[in-house]
Design a protein around this ligand. Structure first.
Ligand code: BMA
Length: 328
């Protein structure tokens, strides 16, 4: 019998159910020596395969990205024999300390995948963008958001004629989610806060960031974000939910009060960085509802949990309030 998930403190049934065979990818699976594999972007390819593009930390401590493909998105992974996308510090000095945490968006207008990733160098972490058709050849567009900035993803279509990028700059008032606009994917402006970190004792006080790319639903962009709680023992990375207006993503329509997924399983609680769940991607099944959420666990391995778009939207209807305005 499959182990049953305990009900969360805030909902009768858990919104995301962990795959019992987690973790689905770890360093032992890798075809070359690495320290850890985590924080994967995910996409369903045209042939139906699931592709994960994970952050891989090698034994220099620096990260690159590596692709793994599977027919069912759960097992039977075919991992690239060599790193798939590596830092190129000669042409892109912003990558001198490696590249991390990709988010993939398929862009029908370009017939290409856009990969937003963290490029890390002396100036700090920034956001870089690359385009690909096949995850073998990549066109780099360079840094699009200077440091300190990360947790970025492109929306899959233009909004009022402009491309929209969600990202997370760090400002003196905290680390909030912003959206910026561009006519050409290279020049960005129209910067606006779309979701602010709460303050005080909230689970998502002071530092939040986008997780996987938002999911377009008739009600709005359904968005999973992480909140980082600082404690005397270190940080706890948990996941929350928010909904943004389709043609104005800087407008938040709903925001859950509580977190809806947090580190509980042993592989999430223990690892190189304890108490971290960090999704960078998801796939949606053919039913248009079932989500496979792929996440890094404790900065050490890759895990998967299953949810439902319908249930996430229903949960937001019940668990978001305007209290936030009073308590931020
Ligand atoms: C963030 C990023 C992630 C990492 C997380 C927890 O700032 O660096 O790659 O998973 O911290 O260490």
């Amino acid at each position: 019998m499959e182990p049953k998930e305990p009900a969360s403190a805030f909902s009768a049934a858990p919104l995301f159910v962990r795959y019992p065979g987690n973790p689905i990818l770890s360093r032992q699976d890798w075809p070359y020596p690495i320290n850890s594999v985590f924080n994967p972007a995910a996409v369903l390819l045209a042939d139906g395969d699931t592709l994960l593009l994970s952050r891989v930390e090698d034994r220099t401590g620096l990260s690159h990205l590596c692709a793994a493909r599977s027919a069912n998105g759960i097992d039977g992974w075919k991992i690239d024999a060599q790193p798939t996308l590596v830092a190129n510090p000669h042409e892109y000095p912003e990558e001198i300390w490696g590249i991390e945490d990709p988010r993939i968006t398929y862009v029908p207008e370009l017939e290409q995948y856009a990969i937003a990733y963290t490029s890390f160098a002396r100036g700090g972490p920034g956001v870089s963008l690359a385009l690909t058709r096949d995850f073998r050849a990549f066109e780099r567009l360079g840094v699009i958001m200077p440091p300190e900035d990360k947790d970025a993803a492109l929306l899959p279509r233009r909004i009022n004629g402009y491309w929209a990028m969600i990202h997370r700059p760090v400002t003196p008032t905290g680390a909030h989610m912003w959206v910026s606009y561009s006519p050409d994917l290279r020049h960005w402006g129209g910067h606006m806060v779309m979701l602010a970190a709460r303050r005080g004792g909230w689970w998502d006080a002071n530092k939040i960031g986008l997780c996987s790319p938002p999911i377009e639903t008739p009600k709005g962009w359904l968005t999973i974000y992480h909140g980082v709680r600082q404690t005397a023992a270190g940080s706890i990375y948990r996941l929350g939910l928010a909904l943004f207006a389709l043609e104005k993503p800087e407008v938040c329509l709903q925001r859950g009060d509580s977190w809806m997924f947090g580190p509980e399983a042993p592989y999430e609680r223990t690892g190189d960085v304890k108490d971290v769940v960090f999704p960078c991607g998801q796939t949606i099944a053919a039913d248009g509802d079932t989500i496979h959420l792929y996440y890094g666990a404790a900065d050490s391995c890759v895990a998967m949990a299953t949810g439902s778009i319908r249930e996430l939207l229903a949960w937001l209807d019940e668990h978001s309030s305007v209290r936030e305005e009073l308590e931020m």
